[in-house]
Ligand binder design. Structure first.
Ligand code: NDP
Length: 296
């Protein structure tokens, strides 16, 4: 078997088209454009790239955005005061603090200082808690993007064994919660693995759906999966490649060539989950502007 490709670029373009149309309708109804405030602390080049992609996507769908650049010497108190001002500013619909933060700042404290009604990343404990119990919430963008892909390709999850490799708060854990939840998509029997999982293959080999978000290139190889598995590779890793002008290639957490021979469906890297994350951020920002999740 050679897997069919789950085309994140295509589904992301469709999602962004929908958001663009919805933004147009929203403004035609007399509302102002949705506004996303990005807060970028320090000079991390990777964060610059991610923020660039997010702000370009905003422009494309008609969402207004601004990036507030703050020095990496900013104190926790100064940052909290800045976020408070944004929380109280009615012209700001969504607030996104780009992670990772400089080491002297606690990401938990910073995320919790954002008004959960403007938390378009879906990282605030209020949103994570509501997601866990099945209440309307901002869903973090990568897990939500994975679900959009599963829905688009009508990939069933009910009663399947879903194995998630990686247990971070932003990807692995929320994906596992969504997969196990009692919803139209979900209802899977879910296993979540992390660094201390003994014998990873014992779990991955029994997966009907395998989501890998570990940040380890080629962690999953063909011999670790069963025939027909659906593979969602979230990992984005830079590996040295002298054939590329940039000197590196982007690869996922799966060894694509060997895994695709056994999978029924697979996301490529790049062009799989990555584009969906940005599209879901657009969707969340529009929901924040419309106050759809938390009506006043
Ligand atoms: P983190 O580093 O926060 O978490 C990685 C998780 O993987 C941890 O739970 C860790 O376990 C687990 N892990 C690491 N090594 C192994 C291993 N050998 N076996 C089993 N589990 C392991 O990463 P993120 O969740 O933020 O990101 C994961 C990957 O996804 C990265 O490559 C990142 O670049 C990519 N990413 C892609 C996005 C997209 O839009 N496509 C968005 C966000 C991330 P433990 O908990 O024990 O430490």
């Amino acid at each position: 078997m050679s897997a069919k490709i789950i085309d994140g670029k295509k589904v992301s373009a469709l999602t962004r088209d929908e958001v663009r149309q919805d933004v147009e309708d929203w403004m035609e109804a007399g509302n102002r454009a949705p506004f996303l405030q990005v807060v970028l602390i320090g000079n991390d080049p990777a964060s610059d790239v991610y923020v660039g992609a997010k702000t370009r996507a905003c422009k494309e769908v008609g969402i207004e955005t601004d990036t507030m650049r703050l020095p990496d010497t900013i104190s926790a108190k100064e940052l909290k005061n800045t976020i408070n001002k944004l929380n109280n500013d009615d012209s700001v619909d969504g607030i996104l603090v780009q992670l990772p933060l400089p080491t002297h700042l606690s990401s938990h404290d910073v995320i919790e200082s954002i008004d959960y009604r403007k938390d378009v990343d879906g990282f605030h404990p209020m949103n994570v808690g509501r997601l866990t119990v099945g209440q309307p919430s901002f869903q973090s963008c990568t897990p939500a993007g994975i679900f959009e892909l599963l829905k688009h390709y009508s990939i069933p999850t009910k009663g399947k064994h879903a194995v998630v490799v990686g247990a971070s708060n932003i990807v692995g854990r929320p994906v596992s919660i969504l997969l196990s939840r009692e919803e139209s998509i979900g209802k899977a029997t879910t296993t979540i693995c992390h660094k201390y999982t003994k014998d990873l293959t014992q779990h991955t080999i029994s997966a009907d759906i395998l989501v890998v978000a570990a940040g380890q290139p080629s962690l999953i190889r063909g011999e670790m999966v069963k025939e027909g598995v659906v593979v969602i590779d979230v990992g984005i890793n830079r590996v040295a490649d002298e054939n590329k002008d940039k000197g590196y290639s982007l690869v996922g957490d799966c060894h694509f060539e060997s895994v695709k021979e056994k999978a029924s469906w697979i996301t490529p890297v790049p062009g799989g989950v990555g584009p969906m994350t940005v599209a879901m951020l657009m969707k969340n920002t529009l929901l924040a502007a419309k106050k759809s999740i938390y009506p006043e």
